[in-house]
Design a binder for this molecule. Structure first.
Ligand SMILES: Cc1cc2nc3c(=O)[nH]c(=O)nc-3n(C[C@H](O)[C@H](O)[C@H](O)COP(=O)(O)OP(=O)(O)OC[C@H]3O[C@@H](n4cnc5c(N)ncnc54)[C@H](O)[C@@H]3O)c2cc1C
Length: 409
């Protein structure tokens, strides 16, 4: 018998995140949508709260962005799920989902919960986890010369004594201006190809790091998206994540592993936006006298109700796929296929549901009287960053057909 209920412990933290979304995010959602690049000062209170909790040992900083929990905690959770465990990935996923239901742009601006935190949690050594436990890390992969083809990194890292010297330009870095640290992908030896791509933790105050400019965007306007320059940027030798050895056999599986943690998280953000749009649409349809029935076949219902049921089924599928991918990560099961499946399905569902909700709500949906049009704009990025819809489908196809990236491009 499959039990799809969340365990009690996870329900409590999801409820907490939902409360933050309802009481802090929703009331300021439109304000920061209209004030792009303005810093959401309301988030400072949250930062102070998270720091306070971390100092008191009640909560781990960065944990909500794909943290790694120690075995004793996992064992405690294990009893709740008959031998299976839910750890940092699952609770991060639920937090991301609930806070994105509130506002995904603000969610991406929550201190200490950057995508770089998930990357650190995925590949850092225990010593690094301690050192980078209390940081807010963004993730810098994309460069002017590439987006989807992450093997095309041209930023370089050269060892000079006890320091790495980084040179290159990173574009579209989410929280690139506000985060305290940036996880940067760079090549330690371009002649060795993709195997030489490693990730490095660059502190904000590292000499040679600067913000060139911020982007104006269609949606997630509360989130800062920065262009970063690394000009002879110096960082300590042990800020490289994972092994510094270049293993040509293994390719760049090391850095790619970070996506196994971050893709389910982005999927959850899309699920959160989809749920917000469905709830708003249900209220609008109910007001208009459209009944949504779970006892009558969709074909015998109002066309809008039939559409609603189809969207809700897509939403459920996306939700369950993202839970599965995070659960696998927590249980140390290889999840690249499932992470991409969840991201592909949720990314598409987020845009499909939010735009269809605008359509079904008509003029009200298109106007600023509700947040539907905003969610329609916000959702598209979740189908683009951390790998586009098409790239996820490509990865799924490769995995299922047993093809390499050279065989199926
Ligand atoms: C608001 C925002 C925030 C971002 N945040 C970050 C961040 O924090 N860190 C970071 O590193 N990057 C970030 N990015 C960059 C993002 O990850 C890239 O935009 C994304 O990976 C796509 O790359 P691209 O834009 O160069 O598109 P391209 O790779 O040029 O792709 C263009 C189109 O072609 C399709 N395509 C490409 N290759 C294939 C293929 N082989 N088969 C089929 N279709 C294909 C793509 O799916 C897409 O539809 C962000 C971008 C935006 C807009």
């Amino acid at each position: 018998m499959i039990n799809l209920e969340l365990p009690k412990k996870l329900r409590a933290s999801a409820n907490q995140a939902h409360q933050v979304a309802t009481e802090i995010f929703r009331p300021i959602s439109r304000k920061y949508d209209l004030a792009e690049h303005e810093y959401p000062v309301e988030l400072d209170t949250m930062a102070a709260m998270v720091e306070g909790l971390a100092d008191s040992g009640t909560q781990k900083i960065g944990g909500a962005a794909g943290g790694r929990e120690d075995d004793s905690e996992s064992d405690a959770h294990a009893t709740e799920l008959l031998g299976n465990s839910n750890g940092g990935n699952m609770s991060a996923l639920l937090n991301a989902l609930e806070t994105s239901w509130g506002d995904v742009g603000l969610m991406l601006s929550i201190p200490y919960q950057g995508l770089g935190n998930a990357a650190i949690a995925a590949v850092a050594t225990d010593e690094q986890l301690k050192r980078f436990g209390k940081v807010w890390a963004s993730m810098a992969i994309t460069e002017p010369s590439f987006g989807s083809d992450s093997a095309a990194v041209t930023t370089t890292a050269v060892l000079d004594g006890d320091e790495w010297v980084l040179n290159g330009e990173k574009i579209f870095v989410t929280a690139g201006q506000r985060s305290t640290h940036i996880v940067v992908w760079a090549s330690v030896d371009k002649s060795l190809g993709r195997a030489a791509i490693k990730s490095f933790v660059v502190p904000r105050d590292a000499p040679g790091l600067s913000v060139a400019r911020l982007e104006h965007k269609l949606g997630i306007k509360a989130s800062d998206t920065a262009v970063l320059l690394l000009q002879d940027c110096r960082i300590p030798k042990d800020n490289i994540l994972g092994s510094p050895e270049v293993n040509v056999e293994k390719g760049f599986a090391g850095v790619m592993q970070t996506f196994d943690n971050t893709r389910p998280l982005v999927a959850a953000m899309a699920v959160g936006v989809a749920r917000a749009a469905l709830e708003e649409l249900r209220a609008i349809l109910t007001d208009a006298g459209v009944e949504i029935s779970y006892d009558t076949p969709p074909n015998n219902q109002h066309a809008a109700a039939a559409e609603f049921l189809r969207m809700e089924a897509d939403y459920e599928a996306a939700y369950l796929l993202s839970l599965r991918a995070a659960w696998m990560a927590d249980n140390k099961k290889p999840n690249s296929l499932e992470a991409s499946m969840s991201k592909a399905k949720a990314g598409r569902t987020g845009t499909d549901v939010s735009l269809k909700a605008v359509e079904l709500a008509g003029a009200i949906g298109y106007s600023q009287r509700t947040l539907l049009e905003k969610w329609g704009r916000d959702s598209k990025i979740l189908d683009i960053f951390e790998g586009t819809q098409q790239i996820q489908q490509l990865i799924v196809a490769r995995r299922i057909l047993g093809k390499t990236s050279a065989e199926l491009k």
